[in-house]
Design a protein around this ligand. Structure first.
Ligand SMILES: [Zn+2]
Length: 402
């Protein structure tokens, strides 16, 4: 992937605010009237979050060709806050306007911002996602789940094991390294949506990395598909865009803020959303347990807690699933006070949830604003996990819902 970077990067071009606004109006109109609008994103959508791109003047590959180091002020992808572009795409998804998202980024910011798992193909993987070689079970982590590659770059073992009952399989990262094939399923889905798209908008990609870049090409070459590209440098697909107004030289945030303005849609502020299942298991001779497990919106196990402490209990639980013992001592109901400690990538303070022993299983939705540094805990009014809300129900909760 790196080798296609020129030693001296092409200069970035910035159009005027007025030009961007005019083009944004045309793009907003197309979004509104298209039946199958898809977006293709590259590193350019994450640069304003502090994550460097690859082929810009300060890009990782450009600097490497010049034998210079990557910028030291780069933000860790775990601490990066999704950009206005990320959040605009979440809003377009929740409004039903965005039908699919294809991304080359491994920073995991699209998923974290609120894009549903079934709405995205992360073509080059996700540095927060690993999966079991044997049973395929996926795990989302609030830490870098990438192999050390100490022996070879094709050794994707992260060093952890699958925790599915009876499996214990080796966990592998999802990152695509140089010369490796892309995962079949996300690529297949991306191609299908590329064919179906009547409008494909490229945001922040130089479109030089195959086979990913063939997705917008499919849309651009199809008869009814229209192609728009927003990137600061020229791309090999510029000749396929539909009219001058569909080729924008701007930061993706500047374009998307203008587009959302024309659509009269507010860009939501980023909220970190976590889901936690709490289960009570009554044992013999008053040996009872409360078990906590983080889950993603689709039920995928999600690691975001460091420890859980039960009030009155001597030691906190520090491994997943977090399991703590308690006694009822003849009482009919106990209200278990559970203190949650997070990984802290967004400086999340601890939060306490109170769980009644009369509720055998419950899903808690935890929302954290990195701006106010406050948690909001929403326990749904049900006790059975079969009533887990759908993804869209989940995103409607809280002040920043659509
Ligand atoms: Zn497994």
């Amino acid at each position: 992937m790196a080798n296609s970077a020129p030693k001296v990067a092409e200069a970035e071009r910035f159009e005027t605010d007025r030009a961007i606004s005019l083009k944004a109006k045309d793009i907003a109109n197309l979004i509104k009237h298209s039946k199958h609008f898809i977006v293709f994103t590259g590193a350019g959508v994450s640069t304003s979050a502090g994550i460097p791109d690859f082929r810009g003047p300060d890009g990782v590959w450009t600097l490497r060709k010049q034998k210079r180091d990557a910028p030291s002020k780069a933000t860790s992808t775990l601490q990066a806050i999704p950009t206005p572009t990320h959040m605009a795409l979440v809003k377009l998804q929740n409004r039903g306007l965005l039908k699919y998202l294809v991304s080359q980024n491994c920073d995991g910011l699209h998923r974290k911002s609120g894009i549903a798992p079934e709405m995205i193909s992360e073509l080059h993987g996700n540095s927060n996602r690993e999966y079991c070689r044997d049973c395929g079970k996926e795990y989302i982590r609030d830490f870098r789940a990438v192999a050390p590659y100490t022996k070879t770059v094709t050794d994707h073992r992260t060093g952890r094991k699958c925790s599915m009952p009876g499996c214990n399989g080796v966990l592998l990262d999802t990152i695509i390294n140089f010369g490796e094939c892309l995962f079949e399923q996300p690529l297949k889905l991306a191609r299908e949506h590329g064919k179906k798209a009547d409008f494909c908008l490229v945001l922040g990609s130089s479109l030089t990395v195959p086979p990913a870049c063939t997705i917008p090409e499919i849309a651009g070459k199809s008869k009814r598909g229209k192609l728009g590209i927003c990137n600061l440098q020229s791309t090999p697909l510029d000749h396929l865009v539909d009219g001058e107004s569909m080729r924008v030289f701007a930061r993706t945030d500047d374009l998307m803020i203008a587009v959302m303005g024309h659509l009269c849609l507010e860009i939501p502020q980023f909220v970190l959303r976590r889901q936690l299942t709490v289960k009570v298991v009554m044992g013999e001779r008053d040996r009872n347990q409360v078990i906590l497990q983080g889950v993603d919106v689709d039920g995928t196990p999600s690691t975001f807690l460091k420890s859980v402490r039960l009030e009155g209990s001597r030691r906190p639980a520090v491994t997943e699933p977090f399991t703590l013992s308690f006694r009822m001592d003849g009482q009919e109901e106990l209200r278990l006070k559970l203190e949650l400690e997070f990984m802290g990538n967004y400086l999340e303070p601890n939060v306490e949830i109170v769980h009644s022993t009369q509720c055998s299983e419950r899903l808690y939705l935890l929302e954290y604003s990195p701006y106010t540094r406050e948690w909001q805990v929403v326990a749904k009014d049900y006790c059975e996990l079969s009533e887990v809300p759908t993804f869209l129900d989940f995103t409607e909760i809280g002040a920043n819902g659509p």
